[in-house]
Design a protein around this ligand. Sequence first.
Ligand SMILES: [Zn+2]
Length: 375
Amino acid sequence: MQKGYPSLDEIHDRVDDFVASNGRIARLIPTAPSEEGRRVPAVAITDPRTPDDDKEVALVVCGRHGNELGTRTVGLEMLGFLAGEAAALIRGRLNVVVVPVANPDGCVRAQFHAPSDGLSPTEIAALVPLAHSLQPDAVVDIHSLGQSDIEAVITANTSPGGIDDRVHNALAERMCEAACREGFCFTVESVAGGGYNNFFAGWCYDEFHSTVFGMEVNHAALSPGQAGASGRAAVVGLLVEGTKTFTGERYPGFPNRVVAGDEGFAVRASGETAAARRASRASLWRAARGRGSVKRRFEDGVVVCSAAVPVDEPLEAALSCRVRVAARRIAGVTLSGSEVKWEAVERPCQTDVFVDTALEGDGIVEMRITLSNSK
Ligand SMILES: [Zn+2]
């Protein structure tokens, strides 16, 4: 094995030391053991002064493949960063959960030791329940290349519907830029259909509509310290975006709330808190994926948006529509014929109009936005 990479026992010792000496911000989340009975520690790091319900949740999973040595230092490096002063904003706005070794049975063998066609028994036992409890807003699944000098952010696992490709590509660029500022060069790759072994991230996307990335650090061209620092730099680039409000969004956090439609008109998650929006997103996504349809047209100064998202039980949702004018030129907004309260987020080129509603049955709604002629 390449020199300088920690063994499973060393990683677990350092994780335990970290939690013991950072008790104010760090705790271990109980997880089921691996197929062969080894621990799979998951460490949550967050500022307890902000209520958990007001925070986005990010899940960083390292070491699905036991021979990918570069992953062994990324999780430890993440923990060190997240406890430091530079992570104060992230701790205040996010709950970050780090799994330093997702495949301990492969780690002790220094072998791949995972199925190449789906989740492993260890992932199903330890990580799937963890993800169900977190409903993560963002997930990064970290791998490491040993046969080349490439590092990559992987945008596979999303669908071309909605705004997901656009969002994931934009965030991937920011991750690369963050790593570049520290001297680490990542490419952005979409290897959908190309055999990329990134099932956990894909599963989280399918289940919760999480913002998901795969990542390849590198243990051929980089030292253990560099491999850890490079992965940390790129992941932190993503976490920082989760503290901001993305273009066209009404709330801060990861821009994963559109479950049907696009920038012009969308059905999206709603809720006053991050936790409420997270639950709304997962429920709506399960209902809408592949079944929801939206239409938008413009006639005689009125933007008419209609959606049909069939639901098995009533679900809170929000509608968003982009208009080409400033908010002061919006004369009124109706939903199924009745005037409704609306909220506007303006930018120089347009205004995004948001309306809260509830979907029932066939989930048919029609929103009409009347624009005034006055300047
Ligand atoms: Zn891998």
